[in-house]
Design a binder for this molecule. Structure first.
Ligand code: FVH
Length: 285
């Protein structure tokens, strides 16, 4: 394990918990103490850490740090698998993968969809992109960190999925916060604690997930039948959300954003299409 920051330390800890012999290295000495007490072997250099295992997991601040650390070790890394869990752009992922290819290193770009305290929980999603064979051989060890999924061979898939999923999280959480503010406000139907609203909201997400699964084939086919829940109906309900928010003195930014997108689609003649039609208006500015 190369890099013992908040994330790298948690990753090394999860490998140890799962019983994997783990060698650890960090640029600044002194960060391996607690891991060593649990059985990790502190390496004196990155080269020594790499020599210890067929599988090298890297989690540093950024890809520049990864290049700085791995470039001098290219010859030693040949024939080994490097799993890079450092955040970066799609171009970073491709650059590192190209570098690895040129030096005979099997490379997987990965993201773990949690913060350090979540590492090791079996339900935590880990997304990997790169050669399938490298994923298959690393998978038993990676299972110590959560649930590993292989996205495909293009290393850029990992960072793009990462940002897409964070966007989904922010969108969902913003809708939930708006709901909590609406129900929590003073007035008729108000004064509801966020915890009570969340009990119901959590169950509603089952239906929202079903919408996503139903709309995904529509997006792929570029065909958006309204099936009883067209944009025109969404639009009038959205007006009520905006109005109710204004009446309670809440920000209407969130419903306005939805209205703006929906209005563009309806004005272009798509009022009888499903919600999935909006993807066309996200693709164009
Ligand atoms: N922490 C989190 O919640 C998120 C969860 C999602 C993924 N991110 C990404 O994980 C990468 C590491 O994040 P981190 O939280 O572990 O970051 P730090 O605690 O700041 O540790 C950084 C480690 O990187 C080492 N490092 C930095 N520059 C270099 C370099 N030039 N050469 C070698 N090592 C370097 C640093 O070493 P040191 O400063 O202790 O010597 C730490 O080990 C990151 O991409 C997040 O976006 C975390």
């Amino acid at each position: 394990m190369i890099g013992l920051g908040a994330m790298g330390g948690a990753l090394a800890g999860a490998f140890l918990t799962a019983g994997h012999p783990t060698t650890v290295w960090n640029r600044t000495p002194g960060r391996a103490g607690a891991l060593a007490e649990r059985g990790a072997v502190p390496a004196g250099s990155a080269a020594e850490a790499v020599a210890a295992s067929e599988l090298v997991v890297v989690c540093l601040s950024d890809h520049e740090a990864v290049r700085e650390t791995l470039t001098p070790l290219a010859a030693q890394l040949a024939g080994r698998t490097v799993v890079d869990l450092t955040s970066g752009s799609p171009l970073d992922a491709r650059d590192t993968a190209d570098w690895a290819d040129r030096h005979g290193v099997a490379h997987l770009d990965g993201v773990i969809m949690t913060t350090p305290p979540g590492i090791g929980r079996p339900e935590v999603l880990q997304l990997y992109a790169g050669p399938r064979a490298a994923f298959d051989s690393a998978r038993p060890a990676l299972a110590a960190l959560g649930e590993p999924l292989h996205l495909g061979e293009d290393p850029a898939l990992a960072p793009v999925y990462d940002t897409a999923l964070l966007g989904l999280m922010w969108g969902t959480l913003t809708g939930w916060l708006h709901g909590a503010a609406l129900l929590g406000a003073e007035g008729p139907g108000g004064g509801v604690p966020a915890t009570s609203f969340t009990e119901v909201a959590d169950r509603w997400l089952t239906t929202v997930r079903a919408f996503m699964r139903g709309y995904a084939p529509q997006i792929d086919a570029a065909h958006y039948p309204g099936d009883g829940f067209p944009l025109s109906l969404h639009s009038s309900t959205m007006d009520i959300l905006a109005h109710a928010s204004e009446l309670r003195g809440l920000s209407a930014d969130f419903p306005q954003l939805l209205r703006e997108l929906t209005t563009r689609a309806i004005s272009a003649g798509h009022g009888e299409d499903s919600w999935a039609r909006l993807v066309e208006f996200i693709r164009t500015t």
